[in-house]
Design a protein around this ligand. Structure first.
Ligand SMILES: C[S@@+](CC[C@H](N)C(=O)[O-])C[C@H]1O[C@@H](n2cnc3c(N)ncnc32)[C@H](O)[C@@H]1O
Length: 463
C-alpha cells in the first residue's frame, strides 16, 4: 500500500523525503567541523550525502538550526509543555535539548521517514526518550491530523509550541495555508509557532520542489488566524543572521572569500530591501493570550565594531544561569561571559556586573579572568544574591541607583531570554524611578566554550 500523502504527487514524495537526508548530512558535516557551534550526535547516521553537500548550504542550515533551537528553548523557558514538530525528518532537537519531564513532544513525518528513523535508532543504539517523544507517521496536510494526535495524547488545552522547519514550501499554496490555519485552530489555549518559508521568487526552486512562497508571509499567517506574526529574515541581527560568521571569526576560521560566508553576507545585506528575492524566512507567530514573543523585540543596533569608545557611563550586566549538576558552568553560560567580554572590550572604563546568586556570579568572573587574563575585567561588581530574573533586576537596579554616572545598560543573556529580561529590567528601573538610563539587549546566540582558548591566545598576542 502506498503511503504517499494525499497532498504530494507520488513523484514528489520521495524527493521531498530525501531532503531530510540532505539536512542531516549538513548537520553531520557541521557537527564534525564545528562541534562547538552545533552538535547533533546522531546526524551522521541519517545523512548519507556528506561528501556532496555544498558548503553554501552549511551557513544557512547552521543558523536555521540555531534559530529553531533558540525558539524551542525560549518556549521551554516560557512554560510551554507540549511540542509538535511537523516534518521532523531526521532532526534530533528534542533528544539533544535538555527537556523537563513535564514536556511532551509529537514528531510527525511520512511513514517511511518515521520508520527509517526508528529502525536506525535501534540499529545504532540511539537512546530513545519514549514515551516523552512520540513519533507519529502521518500526513501533515490531512484535516484530521490533530484528531489523530489527540488519540495519541495531544491535549489542545495545553500551551503548545509548533515548529515546522523546512516544510511548508513543499505544499501547494492552498495546502500550505490549510496547515497554517489548522495549527492555530487546533489549540484552544496559548500557542506559538515557528515555520520556515521562502519568498515567491523561490517557487520552482530545489528542482521544482518548492511550490509555495510568499512575499508577505507575516500577513499570510495572520490571515489564517494567528494573532501575531513576525517574519524574520535569516540575515537579520535579531534572527542571529550573522551568528555563524561571528562564530567562524571567534574560532579564527572566517574566510571572506568562501562560498558559505558569501551566502551569509548576501542575505545580510538584503534584509532591508524589498522582500522579493529568493529569501528564506522564519515566521514566529503566537496567539493573543500570550506574552511569549520570541525574537520580536531584540535590539538590532550595530555590533561591537568600533573600539575604544568611552564606557564610563556604561554597565554590562551578565545574567547568570543555574550551574550544571557537577557544579560547573554550562556552555550556554560561558557563551554569555564571552559575549560580555567582547562587548566590554569595546568600551574603555565600562563596568561589568555578574549577576546570579546560585553560585554562578563568582564562577563567571573566574571564567572571564582565566580566559581573557587577570586584568581583562577591571571594573567588576558581583551581585550574588539573586535567584530569578526579577531579583536579578531588583538587585542590579539598586547598584545602578548608587552609580548615577551609568546611563547605558547592556543586558547580556541568551537570545531566548533576551526579550523577557530586557522587559523586566525596564519595569524594575522605572519602578525605582530610574528614568534616564537606556537599556539594550545584547543577547548571545550560541554557546561556544571551545573558542575560549583561541580567544585567550588572541588576547595574549594583542596585549
Ligand atoms: C526538508 S525536510 C526537514 C526535516 C527536518 N525538519 C529538519 O530540519 O531536519 C522536510 C520533511 O517534511 C516531510 N514531509 C513533507 N511533506 C509531508 C507530509 N505531507 N506529511 C508528512 N511529512 C511530510 C518530509 O518527509 C521530510 O522529512
Amino acid at each position: 500500500m502506498s503511503s504517499t500523502p494525499a497532498s504530494l504527487d507520488a513523484s514528489l514524495s520521495k524527493p521531498v523525503r530525501d531532503t531530510a537526508d540532505k539536512i542531516s548530512s549538513s548537520r553531520a558535516l557541521l557537527t564534525s567541523r564545528y562541534p562547538s557551534f552545533l552538535t547533533d550526535p546522531y546526524a551522521h547516521h541519517f545523512g548519507t550525502m556528506n561528501a556532496s553537500r555544498p558548503t553554501s548550504s552549511l551557513s544557512r542550515i547552521a543558523t536555521r538550526t540555531r534559530v529553531f533551537d533558540c525558539f524551542v528553548e525560549s518556549s521551554l523557558e516560557n512554560n510551554y509543555t507540549q511540542f509538535i514538530s511537523l516534518g521532523c525528518g531526521y532532526d534530533f532537537r528534542f533528544d539533544r535539548l535538555d527537556l523537563p519531564s513535564s514536556a511532551t513532544i509529537y514528531e510527525v513525518d511520512q511513514k517511511e521517514v518515521i520508520q527509517n528513523k526508528l529502525e536506525k535508532m535501534k540499529q545504532h543504539s540511539i537512546p530513545s526518550k519514549q514515551p516523552q517523544i512520540k513519533r507519529v507517521p502521518s500526513d501533515i496536510t490531512s484535516p484530521t491530523l490533530f484528531k489523530e494526535l489527540q488519540s495519541k495524547g495531544f491535549d489542545p488545552s495545553l500551551p503548545t509550541c509548533i515548529i515546522a522547519e523546512g516544510l511548508l514550501y513543499y505544499f501547494s499554496p492552498e495546502v500550505a495555508r490549510g496547515v497554517i490555519r489548522r495549527c492555530r485552530s487546533a489549540c484552544t489555549d496559548k500557542v506559538c509557532g515557528m515555520f520556515s518559508a521562502v519568498s515567491e521568487e523561490a517557487i520552482g526552486g530545489m528542482g521544482g520542489l518548492f511550490r509555495w512562497g510568499s512575499d508577505d508571509v507575516s500577513q499570510t499567517f495572520t490571515q489564517q488566524g494567528w494573532e501575531f506574526s513576525t517574519a524574520l529574515v535569516l540575515g537579520e541581527a535579531r534572527c542571529g543572521g550573522d551568528c555563524f560568521n561571528d562564530f567562524l571569526k571567534e574560532v579564527g576560521e572566517y574566510q571572506p572569500d568562501s562560498s558559505e560566508i558569501k551566502l551569509s553576507t548576501t542575505l545580510m545585506t538584503e534584509t532591508s530591501g524589498p522582500l522579493t528575492t529568493k529569501k528564506t524566512f522564519y515566521v514566529a507567530c503566537h496567539s493573543e493570550n500570550n506574552e511569549h514573543k520570541p525574537f520580536s523585540e531584540i535590539e538590532t543596533q550595530t555590533r561591537d565594531s568600533a573600539s575604544s569608545i568611552d564606557g564610563s557611563d556604561t554597565v554590562v550586566v551578565v545574567l547568570g544561569k543555574k550551574l550544571m549538576k557537577n557544579g560547573e558552568m554550562s556552555n550556554e553560560l560561558k557563551g554569555r561571559v564571552l559575549r560580555a567580554a567582547a562587548l566590554n572590550a569595546t568600551f574603555s572604563n565600562a563596568t561589568i556586573i555578574f549577576s546570579g546568586g546560585l553560585g554562578e556570579a563568582s564562577q563567571m568572573l573566574s571564567y572571564a579572568r582565566s580566559t581573557f587574563g587577570p586584568s581583562s575585567c577591571s571594573n567588576v561588581v558581583l551581585e550574588d544574591q539573586s535567584t530569578t530574573t526579577r531579583t536579578n533586576a531588583q538587585l542590579v537596579s539598586s547598584i545602578i541607583k548608587r552609580n548615577p554616572q551609568w546611563k547605558k545598560v547592556y543586558i547580556v543573556t541568551s537570545v531566548y531570554h533576551n526579550n523577557r529580561a530586557v522587559g523586566i529590567f525596564q519595569e524594575t528601573l522605572s519602578a525605582e524611578g530610574i528614568e534616564d538610563v537606556s537599556i539594550f539587549g545584547h543577547p548571545n546566540f550560541f554557546a561556544c566554550p571551545e573558542s575560549a582558548s583561541k580567544n585567550e591566545q588572541r588576547h595574549k598576542t594583542k596585549s
